[in-house]
Design a protein around this ligand. Structure first.
Ligand code: FAD
Length: 486
């Protein structure tokens, strides 16, 4: 482990371990976070759930979320740095995700508004050809205030994993290009967004996943007035710097994105962006957790020595650092693959299937590695780790949320397994990286298990896909071969 990298912050890790050049912009953004952003982010977390102001003084329904003014300042930093605009103008996903890595090092909750704005922009850019196209895209890509934000609302009260069974929001064709949506979304992050993409069922469509279409829903109706309503805000253990609420769609004006029967593909594309962001972001936050633990250990004395000098401590932090490094390599590999497939449209290539496999592996494994690292960090702080006035416990709270949203561990294991099976990826996997470093039994064990019914091998999926995730991350990191699969 390079202690200088660990203690220098996210840009040094990106540069030295992930091969991403430390540009002036990244360094300035990190410096801003270090001096101004982080204290604001910590204060927002301490203030817990913001207030929902539902009515104006005149009694009109406004549904405004009352964060302190410093929140708008915090949020503006990423938009001004180009976290969305650089993708829209130059398709520079790498820069966007690098800015996201820095954001998430300090505050994974704040990375959510940027991520969902990007994943609202992408399907509109690719598939929305209606009259409002330029207006919609323009809302989401401003570099200066007032920023227009996006949001991605799929989940309803029945559950988020099985959207085919639980999306009940109905869509009815209205006049011109407009549709009307009626329903409720139970987990709606970045609630208050100017423009959201929402999953709904056009009247008469097929049951299950095939009948779900994607709609763009502006905050304001044509002619004025709220187009969706916020029933309440969620009181969350972490990610408090993004407001998550329950949304009521009441004859809400909406515009169909692309073709109705391709809705589920578009939803998966939305998730591609946010899952890669989650993978990249949790590694950053886990890294911050162990950096804070290291700083604490430098000044905490135990049994006549500083904790940082104790062999057991040194061995453990080394282990967490290396695992985060491998997790980082896997996350950035999936980012690189996203760069090469994000403009694909259905029917997709086998490359797209490989990207999906990488992203399922990256989402579940990075979340686990980062959460374990943060949990260990709390232990390093001993009893102080449990106290709200020290920084350690917040890392765990944040990373518990990022472990669940964007799909739980089970979902990624099962979906990753399905992609492996359906697209015969075992045939191409060994050609994708230098197999000298891979435990030869891994590919064999995978091939054998893939032949068996799920009931028989259910408990093997996690160890097998965990080994695969680690092997890809480790080899990529050791060979510094981030583009080996590209
Ligand atoms: C803070 C926060 C913000 C969120 N923001 C948004 C948002 O903006 N937009 C949005 O659409 N959603 C959002 N979500 C919802 C999120 O995507 C879901 O919570 C997540 O997908 C899991 O769905 P669920 O909570 O309904 O759990 P469920 O789908 O009900 O799952 C319950 C449990 O069953 C497990 N499970 C599911 N299928 C299987 C299986 N086949 N075998 C074994 N176990 C299985 C799951 O892994 C989980 O452990 C948010 C969630 C949180 C916590």
């Amino acid at each position: 482990m390079r202690e200088d990298i660990l203690l220098s912050g996210p840009v040094a890790f990106l540069a030295e371990e992930m091969g991403i050049a430390p540009s002036e912009r990244l360094l300035a953004y990190q410096a801003w976070w270090e001096t101004e952003g982080w204290p604001i982010a910590l204060a927002i977390d301490q203030m817990r759930t913001p207030h929902l102001r539902q009515f104006s003084a005149q009694g009109e329904r406004i549904d405004e979320i009352s964060y302190p003014p410093s929140y708008a300042y915090l949020l503006s930093a990423g938009y001004s740095a180009g976290i969305i605009a650089e993708v829209a103008e130059r398709h520079d996903l790498r820069l966007s995700y690098a800015l996201g890595f820095i954001t998430s090092y300090y505050d994974p909750g704040l990375y959510c508004p940027y991520t969902v704005t990007l994943s609202t922009w992408a399907p509109l850019y690719k598939y929305f050809m209606g009259q409002r196209r330029e207006a919609f895209l323009g809302i989401l890509t401003r570099r200066e205030a007032p920023f227009g934000q996006g949001a991605t609302w799929m989940t309803e009260i029945g559950g988020g994993s099985d959207l085919g069974a639980h999306v009940h929001t109905m869509a009815r064709k209205d006049s011109g290009e407009a549709w009307r949506l009626e329903g409720e979304k139970y987990f709606a992050s970045n609630v208050g967004a100017e423009l959201s993409v929402v999953a709904a069922r056009p009247e008469g469509s097929a049951p299950g996943l095939k009948g779900i279409a994607l709609f763009a829903v502006p905050k304001e109706r044509t002619g004025g007035g709220r187009n969706y309503f916020v029933r309440r805000l969620k009181d969350k253990i972490g990610t408090r710097s993004v407001p998550t609420g329950e949304v009521e769609l009441r004859q809400s004006e909406a515009y169909l994105v692309g073709e109705a029967h391709h809705g589920i593909y578009y939803i998966l594309e939305v998730l591609n962006f946010s899952r890669v962001a989650n993978a990249v972001g949790v590694v950053a936050h886990g890294l911050h957790a162990i950096a804070q633990a290291y700083r604490f250990a430098q000044q905490r004395r135990v049994f006549g020595q500083f904790l940082v000098e104790q062999p057991l401590f040194r061995a453990e932090i080394e282990r967490h650092y290396q695992r985060l490094r491998w997790a980082g390599a896997l996350a950035w590999l999936s980012e690189q693959w996203l760069e090469t497939v994000w403009l694909e449209k259905p029917p997709y290539s086998q490359r797209y299937a490989l990207f999906r496999l990488l992203t399922h592996l990256a989402k579940f494994w990075t979340a686990q590695v980062a959460l374990e690292a943060a949990h260990w960090g709390v232990e390093v702080w001993g009893g102080l780790g449990i106290l709200g006035e020290f920084p350690a416990e917040r890392f765990v709270r944040e990373l518990m949320v990022t472990n669940i949203w964007e799909g739980t561990r089970h979902r990624h294991l099962l979906d990753g397994w399905e992609v492996l099976q359906r697209y015969n990826l075992m045939d191409v996997l060994p050609t994708l990286w230098d197999v000298r470093g891979v435990d030869p039994s891994l590919l064999e064990d995978l091939s054998v298990a893939l032949q068996k019914p799920l009931e028989e091998i259910a408990l093997q999926i996690e160890p097998l896909l965990g080994r695969l995730a680690q092997a890809i991350g480790q080899i990529t990191a050791e060979q510094r071969s981030y583009s080996v699969l590209a």
